[in-house]
Write a protein that binds this ligand. Structure first.
Ligand SMILES: [Zn+2]
Length: 377
């Protein structure tokens, strides 16, 4: 079984390497934005599209022109990669339109916000150094070994740091797992997750970061908005906000990693609800809280997905038509309960917290998968 895994490290670049990173990321942003603008303009004016290949061919001409000759100094593969990233973003957009989901048209990249560039090949690692084409050997904080063959590498600025994400292809023998233990997970705002296991219900608290983080986010964003546009203080406030974002992300990722590893190791079948439905369930007034939780849910599901693959466990995402919230776990009758109502009560006399009911229903859905597995041969 071949699967991919991403290893993330903090780079320790020299000051000249640091400025090369910034330069490369800036060039990718420029190419990406130019290509997006070109597509937008062409579509608005002439209802025409342009392919990634012709945009990529244009790069050759741009390098020859005096005004844009600075592009010659940039590793050409990472510029190509920026165009591939744009293509991918557009493909996702069109897929979502087709599926009648929230489309989310690609945005222009802004300076200073998650600047990044990506190498499709040519990167190698040795000891505590990683070779980035046209930048050279860069030291990194090696928190763990890189396993497998390096496929692609993204260099990204997070707050004050440059991080490197190394995606590798690994081969592991197909693990033989007998599916025994089933876990239902309901993701929410009140609790990050409600877990239904064979021993009962467990709630994973969200508040410890959500409330506190939300306060500080509001404070820092307010400070940023009060600073004069294009001023030095505004830039400082933005850097502060970005640095804080990076810290929170790291803290949160750590929590999610620990939780997802624990869950995947201790259960064989994990059932979750796919995310679009979640999005619809939450009222707009909780937009900010939602945005933050949403970030967590998304990466949490991503983690569950690849960790299940790695450990040979099964992850089931139930679809749009599964009534995990509405259905009574006890008698299977469907009741409409309004969003603000935290207690689920059914005419059959069954009363329970609504998230507990949902988690139990998800687990029950997993049990039916289990039955399929256990059918006599
Ligand atoms: Zn009932």
């Amino acid at each position: 079984m071949i699967f991919t895994k991403t290893f993330k490290y903090r780079l320790c670049p020299t000051s000249s390497q640091r400025s090369l990173c910034a330069q490369f990321a800036g060039a990718c942003r420029w190419v990406y934005n130019r290509a997006l603008d070109q597509r937008n303009t062409l579509w608005t004016n002439e209802k025409k599209t342009i392919s990634r290949f012709s945009q990529s061919n244009e790069l050759v001409f741009l390098k020859k022109e005096e005004e844009t000759s600075w592009l010659k100094g940039i590793h050409s593969q990472i510029l190509q990669q920026a165009l591939i990233d744009l293509q991918r973003a557009l493909d996702h957009f069109f897929r979502r339109v087709k599926n009648q989901e929230v489309p989310g048209y690609p945005k222009f990249r802004c300076k200073g916000a998650n600047e990044s560039f990506r190498y499709p090949q040519g990167v190698s690692a040795q000891g505590k150094k990683i070779y980035l084409p046209k930048i050279g050997w860069v030291k990194f904080k090696k928190s763990r070994e890189i396993e497998g063959n390096i496929q692609q590498v993204t260099v990204r600025q997070e707050g004050n740091n440059w991080m490197v994400c190394v995606t590798c292809e690994l081969e592991k023998p197909d693990p033989l797992v007998e599916f025994k233990s089933v876990l239902g997970i309901d993701l929410g705002i009140e609790h990050f997750a409600t877990l239904a296991t064979e021993t009962g219900i467990e709630e994973i608290d969200n508040r410890r970061f959500l409330t506190k983080d939300l306060k500080k986010l509001k404070y820092l964003s307010r400070r940023l908005s009060k600073k004069a546009k294009r001023g030095q203080n505004r830039l400082k406030a933005r850097i502060k906000l970005n640095r804080w974002h990076a810290q929170i992300r790291a803290k949160r990722a750590d929590f999610l990693h620990k939780l997802s590893t624990l869950l995947v190791k201790s259960h064989d079948v994990i059932v979750v609800e796919s995310l679009q439905i979640r999005a619809l369930l939450v009222s707009a007034s909780k937009y900010l809280a939602r945005a933050i939780s949403d970030m967590g849910w998304r990466s949490f599901l991503e983690m569950l997905k690849y960790k299940c693959r790695e450990y040979g466990k099964k992850l089931e995402a139930v679809g749009q038509y599964f009534p995990s919230t509405k259905q009574c776990f006890s008698c299977l009758k469907r009741n409409d309960i309004p969003l603000h109502q935290r207690e689920y009560s059914c005419s059959c006399g069954f009363k329970i917290h609504r998230d507990h009911n949902a988690a139990l229903n998800l687990r029950a859905a997993g049990m039916s998968v289990l039955k399929l597995v256990e059918l006599p041969r």
